[in-house]
Design a protein around this ligand. Structure first.
Ligand SMILES: Cc1cc2nc3c(=O)[nH]c(=O)nc-3n(C[C@H](O)[C@H](O)[C@H](O)COP(=O)(O)OP(=O)(O)OC[C@H]3O[C@@H](n4cnc5c(N)ncnc54)[C@H](O)[C@@H]3O)c2cc1C
Length: 815
């Protein structure tokens, strides 16, 4: 029932009464925060939630965060009735993922091993067993099924109502029929929520407005680049042989999922090319929306999906439904505190899995607000990974076409998004293109992955779980860096100039390492939060007493910037994003000094330009910041070149490079070179849940000075060696490939999974970084054991090490 009166104040105001908003409210209340108001424009569930198909599936993700959220959500739906008296309709009828192509079989075997490690009870079953469980399904082309007996379906409306009642029982106020029209702020911090029925003073706001979240965020300058798209299912007339207890099936190769619905068959669709809905803006007054279905567009996909259950082709369709759902540029939700406005949280953009992750997501958001920082790895879902240009109308319209279909694509390791490309180009783009660069999307930048060579159009060949068609090119770029010299364009790196009398104090307070020493030095450091876990992994270069350059990876761009700005306080410091102003050209390899010396008059000898030196040098007509540092494990230099002189510097290098065998090298080589050396990559192998000691950064901590997180790290150090530690592993068999999420065994017991990996062309096998969680301290003695890695269900022998397996003494980078 609509209540058109709002309280005058609350600690937290949640905007939106779908599955996400009610889940955040429920979990805040359970954490003891009860001064919470949830404001819903119309009725609870009236946005997207009411028409969801209700699949409750824990199988399928290689993200630990997502898998834990799914498991938690399923358990929550199973127990909510006991707590609230309202049933959620959760029915564990079982779930089967079908593999009918060899590559999908490989994918699901990899996923199954990882999901089992995360506690999902998934079994690989034969086509015959699939047929027994779902007799109406055609199984002649099925290679295997992946069966989770405890998964099933839930009623999304009932689950939302149960969460709402659970929240109300603990004191949360829920008001319906009231629209939020704006969010008030003072000094960059939320102060109130303005509704069409009055203003609520508050400390926090959580935007859970589903497909409306973007336009609501825009009013406060908060970037939430999600877009609604058409999403379809149909329900047939009653079908003989279809029981209510029949498991849910997903058949991604045929774009369909299937479950029983009141005697008929529900067939849901994830077509490979989808249709965005209302790109300009979502109508403010649309509720319980049902979109006119586009039969012509969907016809072929419907037919294909029905071919899995042939009886459906002979049965009438009772309902053909199309509803809008929000999709994001990278198919991950948009979660966390907005970089633009303190205490403005967002939980939206659920990419068709809001019901099956909603419980866990609400819990994570509530914990984030209450604790002041996230309690799970949020690097892949954090709102600050996204950039304002991604909210542009044209970008959303173009990218969303691809997003929905990605749900059912085979998730090959090297796949890059194909739409909305060419959004950002390095100043060297055309030159690199002439060298046959194969570009991939790196935070919107066109970044060279590998080079076919001048005059050769790059052909990546088919996507594969095995060795890609460009294997030999990749290997030779890798070897050129180990034995000669390569040039690598890394202009997409995030770069900030930090200046002012208090710049050194700010950066030294943020950095675990000492960064405010002598000028002309680069320092590798981590930034921590008060809990002593990692916020960023970056370099700080002191240029002058009051001037620094901070460089971080592309995905950390806005996180690093926001972290600096939020901690600057009253310090006399200015922070400028100079990412676009400077190209970063890396010259790396044992012959890099010889090559660079031919284009500059500055003495680069080891004595005068040692490892970690940073100085301005001349290159032709250009003045370039040259930093002797490496992310590849060789003698090398990073050149920061004013964008307008980048081509000039590049041309000088290339023109002088021939006698040294200069090669262009791309990001595939970067990945294999850095992985052999065990160099970390934030958001891939280290994240916000790791502390620096576990992550192996003990060497980069200056305990003799204050820094944020120091007390927490000192306490951990005093507690002795941790049971958790990042290790490097390498397969001794040169054939299998590691990518991510392969489970690692120690003496036949699972102890972790590969967070990121590559092939090591010098080491001669796949190499990965794995966070091991032991039952005792992970020390040198712990390493002496039998190590194996599961690759798609088969275990391979491995070596494990704390120290990098390539050049453990750093001899090659210091000479
Ligand atoms: C056809 C279809 C099938 C699906 N099947 C599944 C499935 O099987 N499993 C699964 O996990 N997911 C499924 N989904 C996805 C799922 O429905 C969504 O991810 C989920 O419902 C999103 O929930 P939400 O709370 O973010 O958004 P919503 O449910 O849209 O909630 C947002 C709420 O915010 C309110 N609101 C907006 N603006 C304001 C304002 N200014 N002031 C106050 N209130 C406001 C709206 O009225 C709305 O109630 C499906 C989606 C579709 C379309």
């Amino acid at each position: 029932m609509a209540v058109n009166k709002v309280p005058e104040r609350a600690q937290v105001v949640i905007i939106g009464g779908g599955i996400i908003g009610t889940s955040v409210a429920y979990h805040l209340a359970h954490l003891g925060w009860r001064d919470v108001v949830l404001v819903e424009r119309d009725q609870l569930t009236s946005g997207t939630t009411w028409h969801a198909a209700g699949l409750m599936v824990t199988f399928g993700s290689t993200s630990e965060t997502s898998t834990m959220m799914r498991r938690y959500t399923r358990d929550l739906y199973a127990r909510l009735e006991a707590e609230t008296g309202l049933a959620t309709g959760f029915d564990p009828v079982g779930f089967i993922e079908l593999a009918s192509e060899a590559d999908r079989l490989e994918e699901y075997r990899r996923v199954a091993a990882f999901n089992r490690y995360c506690g999902v009870d998934v079994q690989e079953i034969s086509p015959g067993e699939v047929g027994n469980l779902f007799p109406l399904a055609r199984t002649d082309d099925v290679l295997a099924g992946f069966y989770v007996e405890g998964d099933g379906r839930v009623n999304p409306v009932d689950a939302t109502m149960a969460l709402a009642r659970g929240a109300r029982q603990l004191g949360v106020t829920i008001v319906e029929g009231i629209s939020v029209v704006d969010v008030g702020s003072v000094g960059g911090r939320v102060t109130s929520v303005v509704t069409d029925h009055g203003t609520i003073e508050c400390e926090y706001v959580v935007n859970c407005a589903g497909m409306w979240a973007r336009q609501l965020g825009e009013k406060s300058g908060v970037n939430i680049p999600l877009q609604a798209a058409e999403h379809y299912y149909l329900i047939t007339e009653a079908m003989e042989g279809l029981e209510a207890a029949t498991p849910v099936i997903e058949d991604p190769a045929n774009f369909g999922y299937y479950r029983e619905e009141t005697g008929g068959l529900m067939i849901g669709l994830f077509e490979p090319v989808c249709a965005p809905w209302n790109v300009d803006s979502i109508p403010e007054d649309s509720s319980f929306t049902s979109i006119q279905p586009d039969w012509d567009r969907m016809g072929p996909y419907v037919e294909r999906a029905m071919s899995r259950v042939p009886a459906a082709l002979e049965t009438g369709v009772r309902t053909f439904f199309c509803g809008p759902e929000s999709f994001t540029p990278d198919l991950a939700p948009i979660v966390g505190e907005a970089p633009e406005l303190a205490n403005y949280f967002v939980a939206a953009g659920l990419n068709s899995i809001g019901i099956l992750t909603g419980g866990g997501l609400g819990k994570a958001v509530a914990e984030w607000i209450v604790e002041g920082r996230p309690t799970v790895d949020v690097t892949a879902i954090n709102i600050d990974r996204l950039h304002p240009y991604q909210a542009n109308r044209e970008y959303r319209r173009t990218r969303t076409v691809e997003s929905l279909g990605m749900v059912y694509q085979c998730h090959y390791p090297n796949r890059s998004m194909l739409t909305a490309r060419d959004a950002k180009r390095s100043p060297l783009h055309d030159r690199l293109s002439d060298e046959g660069a194969y570009f991939k999307d790196v935070s919107g930048w066109e970044a060279a992955d590998w080079y076919a060579g001048a005059g050769h159009p790059p052909d990546p060949g088919p996507l594969t779980w095995g060795r890609p068609a460009f294997w030999d090119i990749w290997r030779s770029e890798h070897e050129a860096c180990r034995n000669g010299v390569v040039v690598m364009d890394m202009s997409f790196m995030s770069k900030f100039r930090v200046q002012g009398p208090d710049a050194g104090d700010l950066l030294d307070t943020l950095s675990a390492n000492a960064v405010n020493g002598e000028a002309g030095r680069i320092v590798y450091t981590q930034w921590l939060n008060e809990g002593g876990t990692l916020e960023a992994d970056l370099t700080v270069t002191k240029l002058e007493d009051n001037e620094f350059l901070v460089v971080a990876t592309d995905t950390a761009h806005r996180h690093v910037e926001t972290w600096m700005r939020r901690h600057a306080g009253n310090r006399r410091v200015s922070i400028t994003d100079v990412t676009s102003g400077f190209a970063q050209i890396n010259v790396q390899g044992p012959r890099s000094r010889e090559l660079l010396q031919t284009v500059t008059s500055v003495d680069l000898s080891n004595a005068t330009f040692p490892f970690r030196a940073a100085r301005h040098i001349d290159v032709g007509f250009a003045r370039v910041l040259c930093v002797r540092i490496t992310y590849l494990g060789e003698l090398g230099y990073e050149l920061y070149v004013p964008a307008e002189q980048a081509v000039h510097v590049y041309d000088r290098l290339v023109a002088s490079g021939e006698p040294f065998g200069l090669r262009h090298a791309g990001l595939k080589a970067l990945a294999s070179l850095r992985m052999e050396k065990g160099y970390r990559d934030y958001g891939h192998d280290i994240d916000n849940t790791d502390d620096p000691l576990e992550a192996g950064f003990g060497f980069a901590i200056a305990f003799d000075k204050p820094f944020i997180g120091r007390d927490a790290v000192l306490a951990k150090r005093a507690a002795g060696p941790s049971n958790r530690r990042l290790l490097q592993v390498r397969l001794t068999d040169p054939r299998p490939q590691l990518f991510h999420a392969e489970v690692v065994y120690r003496n036949a017991s699972p102890v972790g999974y590969v967070r990121s990996a590559s092939y090591g062309h010098t080491l001669g096998g796949a190499v990965g970084l794995v966070m091991v969680e032991g039952d005792r301290p992970v020390d040198a003695d712990y390493l002496r054991a039998d190590w194996q890695v599961d690759v798609a269900g088969q275990r391979y022998e491995a070596l494990a090490s704390f120290r990098p397996m390539y050049d453990p003494d750093n001899a090659r980078i210091r000479t």
